[in-house]
Write a protein that binds this ligand. Sequence first.
Ligand code: MFK
Ligand code: FAD
Length: 514
Amino acid sequence: DVGFKQDVPETQNIFLEDPVMVSVLERYLPGNVLQEISPDLVQICEWANTEGAVLYTRMEEDLPRLRQYDSWCRRVDELLVTEAWTKQKEVAAREGVVAIAYERKYGQYSRIYQMAKLMLWGSGGGLYSCPIAMTDGCARVIEVNGTQEMKDQVYSRLISRDPKQFITSGQWMTERPGGSDVGRTETQAVWNEENQSWSISGFKWFSSATDADVTMLLARTHDATAPAGSNPMRDGSRGLSLYLARVRDDNGKLNGVRIHRLKDKVGTKALPTAELELDGMIAQQVGDTYKGVKNISALLNITRIYCGMGCAAAMQRFVLLVKNYARRREVFGALLKDQPLHLATVANMELQYRATSQFVFYCVAMLGRTEVLDNDLPEIKDRDLPLLRFLTPILKAWSAKNAFAMSQEAMECFGGQGYMEETGLGRAMKDILVNTIWEGTSNVLALDVLRVMAETGGDALELYSEVKEFQIALWHDTETVRDIIAPLKNRAQWIKSAQSIEKSLEIISKHFAT
Ligand code: MFK
Ligand code: FAD
């Protein structure tokens, strides 16, 4: 075993190593809050490097499985998740990754603390961030729209720090006819007088975290008062209501759910994403009838911010690892860090990471304010609420595309070894890629931005240029601001000018002709 051995790139304590995160937190948090939470942020990185690293590896090596039949051919639909996955749930409770945001010990700053901790927890928590995101969103929906019983029995457990009490939630929206266009939902909810609950039947095409304890789901509501012979349901998304259901009872028996199969995905392999048939699932309605999409949007907006946070976290790890390797790898007589072209590549990555984390925490700070301060205050009603509504889809769409592009750049920075599965970069790339699809594809989010513009009667391009503070938050980096704006600007203009399909086809053919 002779010859050259390359020094192994490594990160130690990400929070202590990364000046970017500290500077962002200094910008948004009062000094005493940062001082108080810093030991916890150091601690979670230590956990991620020790127990977290072991759990992460086990979760990736020992994937979830579905046992559909018992030995006597009885349908059991047993979802087998690994011990490491189950342990993550315990850790998530203990570390308060959801609780921090709802205990609100630091008022409006609690969201910032929570998201910073989640960013650092991710290198050990891995894809358990997915159920955590949906759990957080579900807690918010119940807080805003749930009944007192839901608050006492479900919300209190979603935000618990006690591993024995803590439960997680799923988010079942997507069906075979449409994931973007949920107005095509086939699932139906019928009122059951006998047990005073809704009975839900249909087919959910994507359910991540199928091991969740409860779930939020959309279904088409039957109107029991509709005259006989008439259609008791309304068409489109305006016929959908939001429901909350337990996935299993206390004995682990599924609540009217059949797990058809686990999805064979490109990435996110540790996450048990399944196809589910619902047959008489017992559920409670959340919020007003036919307001399902509106009512679930509080959840959507939180999970979309989680996507941005997850992208920033991946970028943070890439940048730190790439910089570390550049200090260890020698080429043509100099370390990579002293090769100007490599340095320029890494500098560009760092800039992208800085812009993304500024963007994430700008939104998170607004989220915290809107959750804690009186929504009738002019700065919340006229500024934070509309701005957050406007920026959330942009953050999600932009960070997803950028993080994926950066994963490719990071892989290249390690040369041939970057392409080897054992370095984990390929897996990270495949996992990041999903952010362009789940929680709304880029074009669907671009349309969402246009909807906000239409609702506010404003013109997007002007609105962008008015967001001075946002531009300042991006370190006066006009290039980056242009980067964010340009693709959406193009899409916005495209859609504005495309009055009809014929018109779009005309534009497309002109585009390809030039
Ligand atoms: C670390 C990261 C972890 C993340 C974990 C994620 C795991 C994966 C989970 C999933 O992928 S779950 C499935 C996610 N699915 C989507 O994101 C659906 C994408 N499609 C859309 O977002 C569509 O734009 C939408 C379904 C909302 C459009 O439906 P419609 O039928 O065109 O609805 P419509 O009529 O425009 O909106 C209904 C109401 O909701 C309107 O309000 P009003 O009733 O007052 O008029 C809208 O303004 C409102 N609304 C829609 N989107 C909103 C919203 N309000 C606030 N925020 C939003 N985002
Ligand atoms: P479609 O909506 O059919 O989209 C196909 C294409 O059409 C896309 O390029 C889209 O951008 C484009 N498009 C759609 N509408 C328009 C338009 N108006 N104008 C222009 N272009 C348009 N869903 C859940 O509900 N719960 C989950 O837990 C969940 N987990 C997931 C986990 C993974 C790993 C993945 C990959 C998906 C998951 N999803 C989940 C589903 C996900 O949210 C949907 O796949 C996504 O919203 C897109 O819906 P679709 O697959 O039906 O694609």
